[in-house]
Ligand binder design. Structure first.
Ligand code: HEC
Length: 131
């Protein structure tokens, strides 16, 4: 009984070793990339509340920055663990909402609605993984 017990412990330890680095590695780059999103998110809010006049090109630039980061992070997350799988699915959804928003930049109101959908991804992922 004793050897069996230690064998399963080793198996658990090994699976943890296999899984953690990929997710942790992704988390390091998460921080670096998301730091650059903070001022862009503030700018987007200004475009929406009118503090900065609405400009489609500026709105597009914000979404392009998110999309570049999303693509990089999605690629770095290994979906081999439950956490990795969940994070990957969340980033994929985030990416598809960003692409959707890019087709809705015509007016401040259309951007406002599309951007709310994009940032819902930030909030729900942070609730689970960052807070
Ligand atoms: C699929 C998950 C996910 C999505 C989507 C996401 N984030 Fe994050 N974010 C995280 C995680 C996890 C951390 C914490 C990283 C850490 O502390 O290791 C984080 C951290 C941050 C930080 C803090 C970085 C720092 O300086 O420590 C900012 C700012 C941030 N996110 C902004 C955003 C914004 C803005 C969006 C949406 C436009 C967004 N995030 C979308 C998962 C996500």
């Amino acid at each position: 009984m004793k050897p069996r017990f230690s064998l399963s412990l080793i198996a658990i330890a090994m699976s943890l070793l296999l899984i953690s680095p990929a997710v942790v590695n992704a988390k390091d780059s998460l921080k670096t990339i998301m730091k650059t999103w903070k001022p862009q998110n503030a700018l987007a809010k200004e475009l929406i509340n009118g503090a900065t006049p609405y400009d489609q090109a500026v709105a597009k630039g914000i979404l392009e920055l998110y999309l570049a980061g999303q693509t990089e992070l999605s690629g770095r997350i290994s979906p081999d663990s439950a956490e990795g799988k969940d994070l990957r699915a969340r980033f994929d959804q985030f990416g598809s909402d960003i692409r959707g928003a890019m087709g809705n930049l015509g007016t401040r109101d259309s951007f406002k609605a599309a951007y709310a959908k994009v940032t819902a991804n930030c909030g729900s992922c942070h609730d689970k993984y960052a807070n």
